[in-house]
Structures are given as structure tokens and as C-alpha cells.
Design a protein around this ligand. Sequence first.
Ligand code: DUC
Ligand code: ZN
Ligand code: ZN
Ligand code: ZN
Length: 484
Amino acid sequence: MTTVIKNGTIVTADLTYKADVAIDGGKIVEIGPDLKGDETLDATGCYVMPGGIDPHTHLEMPFMGTYSSDDFESGTRAALSGGTTMVVDFALPAPGQGLLDALQMWDNKSTRAHCDYSFHMAITWWEEQVFNEMETVVRDRGITTFKHFMAYKGALMVNDDEMYASFKRCAELGAIPLVHAENGDVVAELQRKLMEEGNTGPEAHAYSRPPEVEGEATNRAIMIADMAGVPLYVVHTSCEESHEAIRRARMLGKRVWGEPLIQHLTLDESEYFDKDWDHAARRVMSPPFRNQRHQDSLWAGLQSGSLSVVATDHCAFTTDQKRYGVGDFTKIPNGTGGLEDRLPMLWTYGVGTGRLTPNEFVAVTSTNIAKILNCYPKKGAVLVGADADLVVWDPEKEKTIAAANQQSAIDYNVFEGKHVKGLPRFTLTRGRVAVHDGEVRGEEGHGQFVKRDPNGAVNRALSSWKELTAPRPVERTGIPASGV
Ligand code: DUC
Ligand code: ZN
Ligand code: ZN
Ligand code: ZN
């Protein structure tokens, strides 16, 4: 059966043009004028864009004494509702747990997904077993990105020696390390001092994680990646100090990418101050929201290309879960939602204000990350042969964001009351119409795992191949992650 999207304007990361799109067997089979099919979706007045890719979610993740409350069922339903057609979640081994063991848990959870997905693997401890299993994770499982927490001391945090060893292993395997860049030692000391002084409320969370802890860790991770000869992806870049380190690294020819979140772009630190406990605690995430100086820096980075991807770090906790931290802000589960709202919020506050062009919007929500993760043009493209993961975007459609109408399983929304203009008319996941005129028609289990190939990119100019400490990976069937 052929589905045709008719009368729309195709918007990709580099082109805008009028054409119909024909879909069969879950893939785009033809792009051109006056196409015919068995089923027609009317895109008059709409943009036809690659579906969003959110490379940073935590679905049903064990964390801070509880589990994040959106699972692969509600989380991917929320994603599709907002025009996102692929998520990349973090498989998180408990310290001491094997990588393959953790992966089995994520395989089991993800069978409920409504849209396609991939995983990053977290490195939360470092022994020979981890070193060995990394190869299986890359070569057999198609997971080519490894996350390192530089914060959460005593839980997930890895030290510099462990990070350097893991980064070198990534270089050997053609994998890319990711970092949560905050100086965990300094954060732990600031937390201790704030609690000792009686600052127990959620606003103290922001004081315990100032921009300097993020800037320091970002610089350190970049230098360690440089020594290991491997590219680096910095998740949730929230401040000028971190952005500045990324900007400088890129100017010096290092392959380093930064990922601001929609929350940091559109919500500021006033959410923590002079607000009731629940309001502030619901917005506790790491890094915390910043002031306007930092927000301006992030928007400028998206415009100039020094920041590459907008994600969510979707990690949703209910109000009851947040209340675990009454009397001790360090026990408030860290995390906020955003999967359903990322595209409408970025369109409204980015394209609607002139800060981003529609093509830049596609680049930072989909195409850039597909290239970095080496799944382009299967994902992130409107091209013949690509997966039909598409959003038919109605720039005139409006709504006010309200928890009462959301797909996410939690009881509030950090964007409550924000008015957005620009929403999906249709969302397609491998050709299946999952959002039809705003109505979500999910199919649990439709989502498939997206395997990714390694790539041997390095992050600096080398005067000689001998400078590489290990052979580069040989199989390279994907498109190298360049030009982002
Ligand atoms: N930050 C959060 O706020 N939640 C999940 C993990 C993280 O790094
Ligand atoms: Zn993080
Ligand atoms: Zn995260
Ligand atoms: Zn299906």
C-alpha cells in the first residue's frame, strides 16, 4: 500500500521545496510532483520534515532511589505526539553490573516502544570486564556511543583515569564518548556545605551546581578526549562556560559537539526562587536552569553552529517522587520531561522569533544528530530510500501546553501554560500514521532498534597516522559523522 503526502513543502536541513512524498514498506519511495497512492495525507499549508530525533532520554531508569516514570510505552507515545520519531535512551549498568547484563534490561523494556530507538551505553565503573564488553556492545549490538558521568559522586561518577582509559577504548572501537560534564567533587562539597548551613530547599540545588562546575568539567573532558584522539559529545550544555570550551575546541579543529536542552533554552533560574516547594522541585534537574546570559549564549551557539543538537534529557518524576527530597534537596530525583514539547517549543521560541530558520530547526532537531550517531540517511532525511519517519508540520496550529492533555505519565509539565504555535498535523513512524490531526494512534511494539556502525573519526589534526595509539576500525558502512 502506498501512502502519499500531498501538497506540502518539504523542509530539510539544507533545502525547501514543494513536492509530494510517496511511502511504501515503511520507506520513502518517491519524491516529486503529482504523485498518486492508495492513501493520501493532505499537507496543504504544512511543512514536511524529517521526524525529530531525541538523542537524550531516560525512560524507566533506576535513579536516585526510584525509577523515572515515563517508560518506553508512554515516553515514545509522547515523542510521536510532538513530532519526534526516534529516541536514544541510556542503558545504565549499576556499578559492578556488566554492560551486556544492563543491555538485556533495556532490551526487555524497549519492546513496548511506539517509535524507533537506539541506545547509548553508560560507563559507570571501570574493570577489564567493561573494557572487553565494550567491543561486543559496538560490534555485535551496534551501540557506538558511551556515556560518562563526571558528577553523581559515589554513584555513577567516573574518575579521570577511568575516563581516559574508556575514551582510548572508544578510539580503538570507532565509538564516540559522551560526557555529563559537571565537576562531581566540587558539587558534592557544595551540597555538603549548603545542607550544613540549613539550605535544604530546592533552590539550593541551583547553588550547588554553578556554571563553573560545568565549564571546568567540559574543558577537562575535551582535553582528555584530545589526548585519547577521540571525538567528544557533550550532553546538556547549559551555560556559556561550557559552550565557550566547545566553541574554542571546534575553532582549534577538534571534533566536539554540544547539546543544549529545550528546557535550558526556554526556562530560567527564576523557576527555583520565590516559588512553592513543589514548583521548584519539579524543575530540579542537572545541570539546573540558568539566567538569561547563558540562554542567549545557547541560542547564539545554535545560530552559529557551535552547538549542534537540541535534546530533552527527558527523565520524568511525579510530584510524589520529587517529595523524596523534602528536607534535603540532594535527595530530590533529578530530571524533567520535555519529549512531547521539544519540537513545538523550539519552533515557537526559535523559528517563531526569527532566531532559527526552518532549515536550522531540522538540522538541530534531527539531521545533525543522525549524522553524529551514524544513522543518516536512514534517519534524519527526506530522501528516497530513507525510513518514512516524517512529521507534517502545521505552522498555524496552536495550543497551550497543559499536563491535563499530555501523553507523559506524570502529573505536571514544566512548560505548563506556554502557548505554542507550530504542531504536527501528522507524524509517521516508518510509514505508519501515529498522529492524525492531533489524535495519537500509537502501536505499542511498533518501534524497532536502530543498529549503528562504528566510525573512525578523530577529533584533531594529526601530523602522522603513527600518532594513533591503536588501529582505526576497518568496517565503515555508514556515512562518516562529518560536516555537523
Ligand atoms: N540529569 C538529570 O537531571 N536527570 C537525569 C540524569 C542527569 O544527568
Ligand atoms: Zn546528565
Ligand atoms: Zn541525561
Ligand atoms: Zn507496526
